[in-house]
Write a protein that binds this ligand. Structure first.
Ligand code: FAD
Length: 312
């Protein structure tokens, strides 16, 4: 028996738990994103959150790859453990940062051996101290190149990132991102997950423009539940997500009261998700920040999105 065969994979999902198959089921998906923690305590929290989130049976869970490629080993270890010990299909994030084709090949071969079917292919942000992203010699400059490389290497289902309000480096704003999303689709991507946003109209404009440009893959909205308003404002300024005036008007007066912010954060996310589903969103991807509570509350409050039994 070779390593990675089904019999060795424990209770993990079968190979059919690929993103393309999951997304072809014809109902909105639920998914959650985790990051590899730096401490043992953080890691214990992650496993606790994952266990609790099984109650809403996420269709897949993704694990980020640290800025500058800094968490490669941790990302792989967590993805592998999700694959072996849970019924949740994992998606491993992978970036071009500091990686040569040779290193990427070794990593992808490792994922293949681990029975990992799904990769979220990203360019990544410039490493600290570097103003602009620069590909290393023998590496890639754009996520689309990484998508081509992965799809050419084997049987992975590849998703990509996209930006309804425009990536901060896109001089042409949203239309640049439409163009490059189309390119990523042509390179073999089967789905896109968006940067978080609070303005649903921006998402609908982007989705319509992408459809008009020939993008046919599902564009799954990324949802950021607000637990700490000031932190979200700071982060949004860096990643290009706008803070609508109605959101600021609601949050600023209560920003110092963490309980009130959290309650409003749940209420606003429920309204946002309900509107997205009513407008045909193919799924909801929660940036859960390794915590289960807010995502559980939001999903349970959504009309028509019932907890489904887990496969185990
Ligand atoms: P690209 O698609 O390459 O785009 C980057 C910029 O280049 C954009 O301005 C785009 O318009 C432009 N561009 C794209 N293709 C071309 C081309 N062919 N020619 C010229 N210009 C082009 N970062 C991490 O480090 N780790 C993670 O795990 C991670 N996960 C993420 C998950 C999601 C869902 C999202 C939305 C983002 C994530 N990020 C992560 C952040 C991401 O790495 C950054 O936003 C990064 O700056 C861009 O990555 P990309 O894959 O979108 O790059």
């Amino acid at each position: 028996m070779t390593p990675g065969t089904d019999a060795e994979r424990g209770p993990g999902p079968t190979p059919s738990a690929r993103l393309d198959a999951i997304l072809a089921q014809g109902r909105p998906t639920l998914s959650c994103e985790f990051f590899p923690p730096k401490s043992d305590r953080g890691e214990a929290n992650l496993w606790q959150a994952l266990a609790r989130l099984q109650a809403i049976a996420p269709d897949f869970v993704s694990v980020t790859y640290g800025a500058g490629g800094s968490t490669q080993a941790r990302t792989r270890r967590i993805v592998r453990r999700i694959r072996r010990e849970t019924s949740l299909p994992p998606v491993a994030h992978l970036t071009c940062v500091g990686a040569t084709r040779r290193e990427l090949t070794a990593l992808l071969d490792g994922y293949r051996a681990d029975g990992i079917d799904n990769i979220l292919a990203l360019r990544g942000d410039p490493p600290e101290g570097m103003a602009r992203f620069e590909a290393v010699a023998g590496g890639f400059a754009h996520a689309s190149d990484l998508v081509s490389f992965i799809t050419a290497r084997g049987d992975f289902s590849v998703a990509v990132a996209t930006y309804p309000e425009g990536h901060p480096e896109s001089p042409g704003g949203m239309m640049d991102d439409v163009r490059y999303l189309k390119l990523k689709q042509e390179c073999g991507a089967v789905a896109a997950i968006t940067q978080y946003f609070f303005d649903n109209e921006a998402f609908y404009r982007f989705r319509d423009a992408a459809a008009a440009a020939g993008v046919t893959i599902p564009i799954i909205p990324g949802i950021m539940p607000i637990a700490d308003y000031h932190r979200i404002v700071g982060f949004s300024a860096m990643c290009g997500a706008s803070i609508p005036t109605w959101l600021a008007a609601r949050m600023e007066p209560i920003a110092g009261d963490s309980e009130a912010v959290r309650a409003a954060g749940v209420e606003l996310a429920v309204a946002q998700c309900a509107d997205l589903l009513a407008h045909g969103a193919p799924g909801l991807h929660f940036y859960c920040l390794n915590r289960a509570e807010m995502t559980l509350e939001i999903v349970r409050a959504l009309p028509g999105v019932r907890p489904r039994p887990t496969a185990q």
